[in-house]
Design a protein around this ligand. Structure first.
Ligand SMILES: Nc1ncnc2c1ncn2[C@@H]1O[C@H](COP(=O)(O)OP(=O)(O)OP(=O)(O)O)[C@@H](O)[C@H]1O
Ligand SMILES: [Mg+2]
Length: 306
């Protein structure tokens, strides 16, 4: 598939920020969206984090003292309820089909089956939603701020999870003594989900680039191997690694000690992932809120690319 895109060289239209909790994903996503929108690119920043924070960062609805967000930027926060609602609109009938096949016979098994499938389906729906958005051509750049890592990994495991369900499905039918028609419909729905998974995974693989955000601390650095393995397994494109909260001011003994410790982890990252593009973002003395501060982060993120 080809797009006309105002993006630079091989940059993809959809960029997704992922990483462990609290490392600065939302901050980096917001600064990236602002960077593109400020140069006139029609940009959407969408957050699928259950706890809304974009409006907070952009200071939406308040009268900001500093600059206002550019016209070409749209901020969209999608809470869990909204996701569920969108999912119901799209798949509600089918879910009812499954439900009505199961409900008379073994409700407990039905609940077990559905609760196992649904959390993943929610993640999958987000991918599907963003895929549809990206097809519409309304935005030249879509920046996607994700929830902390746990859910991101769940999302990536969707297809294999569905595959597993597909394998256990015949056992479920025989246990529930379903008629031939319900069997076919249930199997069809599961197959449909699996196809959707494949389409969405293809979208993630071909149209999305990932920016992994981390901080130079033991736990965060150790978790990266798992993240990269997972992304590699699904052949997803990692554009770069952002190392956030790097201490640059070493004017006190305290800061110097901290900075030295961080440097060990940064060197470790360099040794472990020599070919990966890395960006160091300084730790600022104040939290990142409002356009002006986001611009400072943006300068750090795009220092070499202009
Ligand atoms: N370089 C930085 N300097 C100073 N403060 C920062 C920096 N980056 C992020 N912060 C602050 O750290 C806090 C967490 O950042 P942020 O919300 O972007 O993390 P997150 O990865 O999105 O968190 P979550 O996993 O909870 O969604 C925020 O208060 C933010 O302002
Ligand atoms: Mg966040």
């Amino acid at each position: 598939m080809t797009h006309s895109c105002a993006c630079r060289n091989d940059e993809r239209r959809v960029v997704m920020f992922a990483g462990k909790g609290g490392v600065g994903k939302t901050t980096c996503a917001a600064a990236t969206a602002l960077h593109h929108a400020s140069s006139g690119v029609r940009t959407l920043i969408v957050s699928t984090d259950p706890t809304p924070s974009l409006s907070h960062i952009f200071e939406v609805g308040r009268s900001p003292r500093g600059n206002k967000p550019p016209q070409s930027l749209r901020v969209e926060e999608i809470g869990v309820d909204r996701v569920k609602q969108m999912w119901d609109e799209k798949f509600g009938r089918e879910v009812y089909g499954v439900f009505s096949s199961f409900v008379d016979i073994g409700y407990e098994e039905f609940v077990e089956f559905v609760t196992e499938v649904l959390p993943g389906m929610r993640d999958e729906f987000m991918v599907d939603y963003i895929r549809e958005l990206s097809l519409k051509n309304e935005y030249e750049k879509v920046v996607w701020d994700t929830a902390p890592l746990g859910q991101t990994l769940g999302l990536l495991n969707m297809p294999s999870m569905l595959g597993k369900h597909l394998k256990t499905a015949p056992r479920i039918y025989s246990r529930l003594k379903l008629g031939a028609d319900s069997r076919r419909s249930v199997l069809g729905i599961i197959r449909g989900w699996e196809e959707l998974s494949a389409t969405d995974m293809e979208f993630l693989r071909n149209e999305v680039e990932f920016v992994i955000v981390t901080i130079p601390e033991a736990l965060a650095v150790e978790q990266l191997d798992g993240i990269f393995a997972e992304f590699g397994k699904h052949q997803l494109k990692i554009r770069r690694l952002v190392v956030n909260n790097v201490i640059k001011d070493t004017s006190s003994e305290f800061l110097l000690t901290k900075a030295r410790q961080q440097r060990e982890y940064i060197d470790l990252l360099q040794n472990r992932y020599p070919d990966l593009e890395k960006i160091e973002l300084p730790m600022f003395s104040r939290e990142i809120k409002g356009i002006d501060r986001l611009q400072d982060i943006g300068k750090g993120l795009f220092q070499n690319t202009g």
